[in-house]
Design a protein around this ligand. Sequence first.
Ligand SMILES: NC(=O)c1ccc[n+]([C@@H]2O[C@H](COP(=O)([O-])OP(=O)(O)OC[C@H]3O[C@@H](n4cnc5c(N)ncnc54)[C@H](O)[C@@H]3O)[C@@H](O)[C@H]2O)c1
Length: 351
Amino acid sequence: MKKILVTGSSGLIGSEMCTHFAVQGWKIHGLDNNQREVFFGPQGDTRWNQQRLATSIRGFEHHELDLRDRDGLLELVRQLRPDAIVHTAAQPSHDRAADIPFDDFDTNAVGTLNLLEAARRHCPEAPFVHMSTNKVYGDRPNEIALREMDTRWEYDDPEYREGIAEDFPVDQSKHSLFGASKLAADIMVQEYGRYFDMPTCCLRGGCLTGPNHSGVELHGFLSYLVKCNLEGREYRIFGYKGKQVRDNIHSEDVARFAAAFIETPRVAEVYNIGGGKDNSCSILEAFEIAAGITGKQQVFTYLDENRIGDHICYYSDLTKMREHYPNWDISIGLVETVTQIAQSFRQRLTA
Ligand SMILES: NC(=O)c1ccc[n+]([C@@H]2O[C@H](COP(=O)([O-])OP(=O)(O)OC[C@H]3O[C@@H](n4cnc5c(N)ncnc54)[C@H](O)[C@@H]3O)[C@@H](O)[C@H]2O)c1
């Protein structure tokens, strides 16, 4: 039986990876220390998700280990020698990073280096999928000419008709400390591919979401928005008139792409993974979609100040992913994703 090591296994993407690969017949080793609760407080607690994996996946092995524990990580990978690694553990918030710069960099950049080096020493043939982010592009996407529509911003430059592709510049723009620590990791993952000929890839995510997201105000916009809607809680919009655009992809589609890469790996690849133009929405549009599903109008306030470095309009150009992996495509659309998020929160709120 093939073994996979999934870091950040109790988080949104990690847990989806665990479930997906378990169904494919892999033995699942999850690594997580519930650091999300440390980063975000009780609302970020992921123990419920860890429990869910333990009860739903036969033979699931949880490793309570901090990614920053270099010796512990080297030893774990030496013992396991996994056939594939999916790295999703991270400090994932753009805004939180400035308050905890050491924790952010040590987790995102140094933790990734720890894992890469462990892989090089003990399983260099194993495909290595790294969850990166569109924040590696900093706020440079905000320089693209935009058109203001009634409910959203839209690209006004035909070059970006399909969205942002992987050759978009990554430097000389404001990234946030989070974007910088993730870019450091992204470059390292590429370098271990190119320099050591390891089958690595970086998935530069847009908004990754789904029913297992523990959305909080500082991370997980759609999940948090739906939660606010269901609880009748006020949602705060930060600038850009609420017309800022995000592309949303269901975590299952992210896992399906990771599986496609692991099955036919390439070296030092980079992909922009998001919902693409068809699954993009502004915050105002997300309010309408959520209201259409829950029957509740969103309560919100508007702060006329955007988050530092926040994208005004971002959606991924999925062309390269589709060309390299023609059997992969988005399988769950935006409305279905929001419906599933709402169902999950209803269950959690009544549990
Ligand atoms: N969710 C998104 O919208 C989004 C967008 C772009 C990129 N990404 C990237 O995808 C990856 C996964 O994101 P997510 O939304 O699933 O995040 P998440 O916070 O839900 O999951 C991350 C998990 O990693 C664990 N973790 C954090 N630090 C750790 C450490 N030092 N040691 C061990 N475990 C640790 C956390 O406890 C958590 O369970 C991250 O790399 C993130 O930057 C996410």
